[in-house]
Ligand binder design. Structure first.
Ligand code: SF4
Ligand code: SF4
Length: 449
C-alpha cells in the first residue's frame, strides 16, 4: 500500500529515467486522417442505440448530432461522396467527447477516435479558424506565454471590469469573441499556482512517497485554490510533491480540435517534464488532464506504450489506494453535498466509486446522490464556447437534477465541469456552490504554512 519513497532514493532530482517513455512513441499519427479509421466505420450496425444516450442529439434532434450520423458523414467523406465543407466541420464539432455512445454501442466502436480523426482531417486540409491555430501553436505550445497572458487578464478584470454593471459596454464586447455577455466565467488569478510553490515541496518528517503533480492550465491560472488543496492533502499524507516547471497544457483542447502535431508536441513536452524525476506516481485533480495522460496519449496520439500514463492517478483514485482516509469525526458544520461525475473521469477512466469513497470519508459531509450523476454537464471543454446554445440546454437538465437533491454544494473532480456547472446554476437562478472534492477534503488536513 505504501511504496518506498523515491525521495529517499535520490534525495532530489533523479534524472534516472525511471519512467520508461521513449522506446514507445510508435506510429503516433495513426489517427490523423479518416483513412486510418475506415475499419471502425465499417463496424457500425446502424442500430441507433447511440441516439438514446447522446446529449447533443437530445437537444438538436438531428441525425448528425449522434454517433451514427457522424459516422455516416465521415464515411461519405472517405468514399468521396461528400466534400469537406463548413457544414461538415460544424456537424463534426457538435460532439462533447462524452463517450456516452461508446458505453452502449454493441459494436464497441471507438467513436472518440473516429470523430477526432475527422477533425484532424479538417485541420490537415486547412479548414480551420486561423485564430484557433494561432492560440494552439503559439500560446498553448509555448506554455511560458500563458501565465503573463493570464496575469494581464487578471489585471484587466480587477482594474477595469470588476464592479461594472452587467449592461456595461465592456460586457457587450464579449460576443465579439463569441462569448455570451451573461456568461459566468472564472477569473484569472493574480499569481499562478506555480508562482506560489517551488518545484519540490516536502512534508514534515520523512516522506513516505514522492509524487509528481500534473497541475493543468485551469488550476494553474484560474482555480489555484484547487491546486493549493491538492498540495495540502498530499503533504498532510506525508507525501513529497514535485511540480516540474516544464509541464504545460495536457494538449486536450488542441488535439481534440484536430491539431495532432501540436497535441503530440505538448504530450512529449509533458512526458519529458515528468521523466526527469524519480516518482512513485503522478497525480492530477483534473479529469480531462488525467484522461489525456492515461489514455489519449496512447489511443489518440498513438504512443504505442504510454508509460507515463501507467503512473498517472486521478487524485480520488490515488487517495483510495494510498491513504487510510480516516479522519477525526469531531464536531464540524454539516454540509449537504451531491456529486457530478465528469465524463472524463467516469467513462474515460472508469472512476466513479473513488470520489464517493472520498466524500464519504469527510466527517461533515452528508451525501445525496443526484439523478443521472454521470450525465454530461454540457461543458465538453471547447464545446461550450463554440456551441453555447446547445451547452446551455444540456446544462439546464443537469442543474435541475442538482437542485432536486436539495444539496447546498455540488462537488466534482474536473475544473472544466466546475466552469460549466457554475455558469448553468447562475443562469438558472440556483444558489448551489460548486467545488472540487479536494476543496472539501483539504479541511481534514493541517493548513499549509
Ligand atoms: S450504437 Fe454503435 S453500432 Fe449502433 S448505430 Fe451507434 S455507433 Fe453504430
Ligand atoms: S461522444 Fe457524446 S456527444 Fe459525441 S456522439 Fe457520442 S454521445 Fe454524442
Amino acid at each position: 500500500m505504501k511504496p518506498e519513497s523515491g525521495a529517499e532514493q535520490d534525495g532530489g532530482r533523479a534524472g534516472t529515467g525511471q519512467l520508461d517513455l521513449f522506446g514507445s512513441q510508435g506510429d503516433r499519427h495513426r489517427y490523423d486522417s479518416v483513412e486510418h479509421v475506415a475499419g471502425e466505420m465499417e463496424r457500425c450496425l446502424k442500430c441507433g442505440l447511440c441516439r438514446s444516450v447522446c446529449p447533443v442529439f437530445a437537444e438538436v434532434l438531428d441525425e448528425s448530432g449522434c454517433a451514427r450520423g457522424k459516422i455516416a458523414l465521415i464515411e461519405a467523406l472517405y468514399e468521396d461522396n461528400l466534400t469537406l465543407s463548413r457544414i461538415f466541420s460544424d456537424r463534426l464539432s457538435k460532439c462533447l467527447d462524452c463517450k456516452s455512445c461508446m458505453e452502449v454501442c454493441p459494436s464497441g466502436i471507438k467513436v472518440d477516435e473516429l470523430v477526432l480523426a475527422a477533425r484532424a482531417e479538417i485541420f490537415k486540409r486547412g479548414k480551420f479558424p486561423f485564430l484557433k491555430k494561432l492560440v494552439f501553436r503559439h500560446l498553448l505550445k509555448r506554455g511560458n506565454l500563458l501565465p503573463p497572458v493570464g496575469k494581464f487578464a487578471a489585471f484587466v478584470e480587477r482594474k477595469i471590469l470588476r464592479g461594472l454593471p452587467p449592461s456595461s459596454p465592456y460586457r457587450m464586447l464579449l460576443p465579439l469573441v463569441k462569448i455570451d455577455k451573461d456568461r459566468t466565467l472564472p477569473v484569472f488569478a493574480e499569481r499562478t499556482l506555480m508562482d506560489d510553490f517551488g518545484e519540490i515541496i516536502s512534508p514534515k518528517g520523512k516522506p513516505r512517497m514522492r509524487v509528481g503533480f500534473f497541475i493543468g492550465c485551469s488550476t494553474n491560472l484560474m482555480y489555484t485554490d484547487i491546486g493549493k488543496a491538492v498540495i495540502r492533502v498530499l503533504l498532510g499524507e506525508g507525501i513529497e510533491v514535485v511540480i516540474p516547471r516544464e509541464q504545460g497544457c495536457c494538449g486536450v483542447p488542441v488535439y481534440t480540435s484536430g491539431d495532432r502535431r501540436t497535441g503530440t508536441e505538448l504530450a512529449l513536452k509533458n512526458i519529458k517534464a515528468f521523466e526527469k524525476y524519480k516518482l512513485d506516481a503522478i497525480v492530477t485533480a483534473c479529469a480531462a488532464c488525467g484522461a489525456a495522460l492515461k489514455r489519449d496519449y496512447g489511443t489518440i496520439l498513438g504512443f504505442r506504450e504510454n508509460a507515463l500514463g501507467t503512473r498517472v492517478y486521478d487524485l480520488n483514485e490515488f487517495l483510495v489506494e494510498f491513504s487510510d482516509l480516516d479522519f477525526d469525526t469531531g464536531r464540524r458544520n454539516p454540509v449537504n453535498v451531491t456529486y457530478h461525475d465528469p465524463c472524463h473521469l467516469s467513462r474515460a477512466q472508469g472512476i466513479t466509486e473513488a470520489p464517493r469513497r472520498v466524500l464519504d470519508a469527510i466527517p461533515n459531509v452528508t451525501f445525496t446522490e443526484m439523478e443521472e450523476a454521470e450525465r454530461c454537464c454540457g461543458g465538453g471543454g471547447m464545446f461550450s464556447f463554440s456551441h453555447y446554445d446547445i451547452a446551455k440546454e444540456i446544462g439546464k437538465k443537469k442543474v435541475s437534477y442538482i437542485a432536486a437533491t436539495g444539496a447546498d454544494v455540488v462537488a466534482t473532480s474536473c475544473p472544466s465541469c466546475m466552469m460549466q456547472l457554475k455558469d448553468m446554476l447562475n443562469r438558472n437562478g440556483l444558489p448551489q456552490q460548486v467545488v472540487h472534492i479536494v476543496q472539501l477534503l483539504a479541511s481534514c488536513y493541517p493548513r499549509l504554512d
